[in-house]
Design a protein around this ligand. Structure first.
Ligand code: SAH
Length: 315
């Protein structure tokens, strides 16, 4: 890992994301994916002298790193080990009724990718794991070795958008008959071996989509995001901002469509003569098009290349 200014994780779209929150002194902000605290530190700086930040993460390593980095802000911050999908409950437990801004920076941190033992990287030999919270839930080892071939195919197709999902699932099911599949590089080799030649010589590793699919499935990433969008919106004060940085098209569509449907309000079928759902608009979309990193950022931090920022404002 490079020993830079942010050795835990280089924050992506840092200026853009924090500017989108309109931070002000006295404001209350939630960073639902605090990671190494890069975005959180700038929120605290921009809301000085008395803005408050709640930082959440499911990863104990992240909370330790954030605690260290945010130490200078003293009691202006609280860090909690929790899933951002439970934000409303976490805020209620802290007796916070409404907040001025919420940030979610989805995906994995550089620390999680770089720490081989977490099992996120297909290039580093390690036991299969991929859990964001290494103390809870099923690991990649469990999923790869116990799900049926059919389930594996569905997971890899749905969350990896992998057209070769059937072949990959069959190869996994064949290999594990002898002994369980234990390591990241073993799985990566099985996936690569299952694909026809043309698929093996692309720029990205042939197992990238399969690894992405397993990670999304294991950590319930899309259902957490869906819950966070529809549940946390009510935690915002009128005028409060909700900003989400996503890293692939499945996430970005969920954010785009989620914000849009909260902007529209009514969810009645188009042919209903009058509204029966009674849902009123709750958000106004600020970014009609998502914000992407500039060329300089992508050059300096290639992991930022697929990032998209979308912001909406509570009505
Ligand atoms: N913005 C951070 C980096 C975030 S990386 C920074 O500037 O350093 C994404 C983080 O989200 C990781 O630490 C990961 O553990 C966390 N995460 C992923 N899913 C989560 C969830 N459902 N709830 C809370 N945190 C989550």
């Amino acid at each position: 890992m490079p020993e830079g200014k942010y050795s835990y994780h280089e924050p992506v779209l840092l200026e853009e994301a924090i500017a989108s929150l309109n931070c002000r002194s006295g404001g209350i902000y939630v960073d639902g994916t605090v990671g190494g605290g890069g975005h959180a530190a700038l929120i605290l700086e921009r809301s000085a002298p008395d803005g408050f930040l709640l930082g959440m993460d499911v990863d104990g390593d992240a909370l330790q790193a954030a605690e260290k980095r945010l130490m200078p802000f003293g009691r202006r911050k609280t860090l909690v080990k929790a899933n951002y999908a439970d934000m409303r409950k976490v805020l209620a437990d802290l007796k916070i009724l409404q907040v001025d801004g919420i940030l979610l920076d989805l995906g994995v941190s550089s620390h999680q990718l770089d720490a081989a033992e977490r099992g996120f990287s297909l290039l580093k030999d390690a036991p299969l794991d991929m859990r964001m919270d290494s103390e809870a839930g099923r690991s990649a080892y469990d999923v790869v070795n116990t799900c049926s071939e059919r389930e594996l195919k569905d997971i890899i197709r749905k969350y990896g958008e992998e057209i070769m999902a059937g072949r990959i699932a069959r190869a996994i099911a064949e290999k594990r008959k002898d002994t369980p599949i234990k390591s990241t590089t073993q799985l990566a080799a099985i996936v690569a071996g299952a694909l026809p030649g043309g698929f093996r010589h692309k720029k990205i590793h042939p197992a990238t989509r399969t690894f992405q699919a397993l990670r999304i499935y294991i950590n319930n990433e899309l259902s957490n995001l869906h819950r966070a969008i529809f549940d946390s919106t009510d935690c915002l004060k009128p005028g409060g901002r909700f900003s989400i940085i996503s890293f692939h098209s499945l996430e970005d569509s969920l954010v785009k469509n989620g914000f849009r449907s909260l902007e529209k309000g009514c969810i009645c079928p188009a042919d209903m003569p009058v509204c029966a759902c009674g849902q009123s608009p709750r958000l106004k979309v600020i970014t009609r098009k998502p914000i992407s990193p500039c060329r300089d950022e992508v050059e300096a931090n290639p992991r930022s290349r697929s990032a998209r920022l979308r912001t909406a404002e509570r009505i």
